[in-house]
Design a protein around this ligand. Structure first.
Ligand code: BTN
Length: 304
């Protein structure tokens, strides 16, 4: 579009248009310009923008995006303690002290999606782990919807694609014995970043798998839409309404696994999740049920 045309449409001078084009270029928009043909938008940066994210979603606002944070979990927790409203989403382009489940380090270089959502659900603390299962299920759906990849959930709340982990969730909360005050749901998705190497489980990024950049904004906004609905439904009906879908997306169904749970390690074949979202494993001594635990499984690249 010509500079003069834009100036006319916007009711400003050509110099003012030029100034704004420069500003957009500084923000990473690729805009070519020739005197005869005018300006042309060649590519947009993969920025996380509040209006894009919140379209059709209740959760995800207010929204903050830090260029660098230690951990978005800490940023969100600090705000939750100070009374931040449900729905606050804190993101960072990179984290210097990202953390995973069980005290592990979570490597968070730029290009990935690193964010933490503040929730204040009407739930008991024992109902929180299965909410994590629902959040992971919605990540698998969002990844499928935005990339076409067959994403799977690995109990409790990892997302795997083609035998490799692409996303993980970390839930931290403050509660009384029978009432949750707040939850901070931390989400790490390897999108366009180089996936970390030499981890105990193989990791991959979505762009690495599809061979093309994936829009973090589109992915996150899809998840926010899905999870805004699921979150409401979960508080009304519990995990039972999600159980069938979780099983359809489950990576572990029928697989032989080892589960490291509170009562030690159990081996056996996965026989689904119960209506509370607990993992059921059939071993030589009968069926064991796990509300929490770490599952290991040997996988080939094409198994997921
Ligand atoms: C896991 O699979 O172990 C969970 C990983 C959770 C990582 C995310 S990235 C955003 C948020 N901030 C953190 O420090 N951790 C979570």
């Amino acid at each position: 579009m010509s500079g003069a045309g834009m100036a006319g449409n916007l009711g400003m001078t050509r110099a003012a248009v030029h100034k704004r084009i420069k500003k957009l270029r500084d923000q990473g928009y690729r805009i070519s310009g020739t005197t005869r043909q005018g300006y042309r938008l060649e590519a947009m940066p993969d920025r996380l923008e509040a209006p894009v994210l919140s379209a059709g979603a209740v959760l995800g606002r207010p929204f903050m995006n830090f260029p660098t944070a230690g951990s978005t979990q800490d940023e969100a927790k600090q705000r939750a303690l100070q009374g931040a409203p449900e729905g606050l989403l804190v993101a960072a382009e990179r984290q210097t002290a990202g953390r995973g489940r069980l005290g592990r380090v979570w490597i968070s270089s730029s290009g990935g999606l690193w964010c933490s959502l503040v929730l204040r659900p009407a739930l008991r603390p024992d109902q929180v782990p299965a909410l994590g299962l629902v959040a992971a299920l919605d990540w698998a759906r969002a990844i499928r919807d935005r990339t076409g990849l067959a994403a799977r959930v690995k109990w409790p709340n990892d997302v795997w694609v083609q035998g490799r982990k692409v996303a993980g969730l970390l839930i931290e909360m403050s509660s009384e014995t029978d009432r949750v005050h707040w939850i901070v749901l931390g989400m790490g998705v390897n999108v366009n970043n180089a996936p970390p190497r030499d981890l105990p489980v193989p990791a991959a990024s979505l762009a690495g798998i599809t061979g093309a950049p994936v829009s973090r904004g589109a992915l996150l906004s899809r998840w926010l839409r899905l999870f805004s609905r699921s979150y409401r439904l979960y508080q009304r009906r519990g995990f039972a309404s999600f159980r069938q879908a979780y099983l359809r997306f489950s990576l572990l169904e029928g697989r032989t696994v080892a589960v490291d749970g509170p009562e030690g390690i159990a081996r056996g074949r996965v026989a689904g999740v119960d209506p509370q979202g607990r993992l059921m494993v059939v071993g030589s001594k009968g069926t064991s049920v796990f509300a929490v635990g770490e599952v290991s499984l040997r996988l080939g690249r094409n198994d997921a």
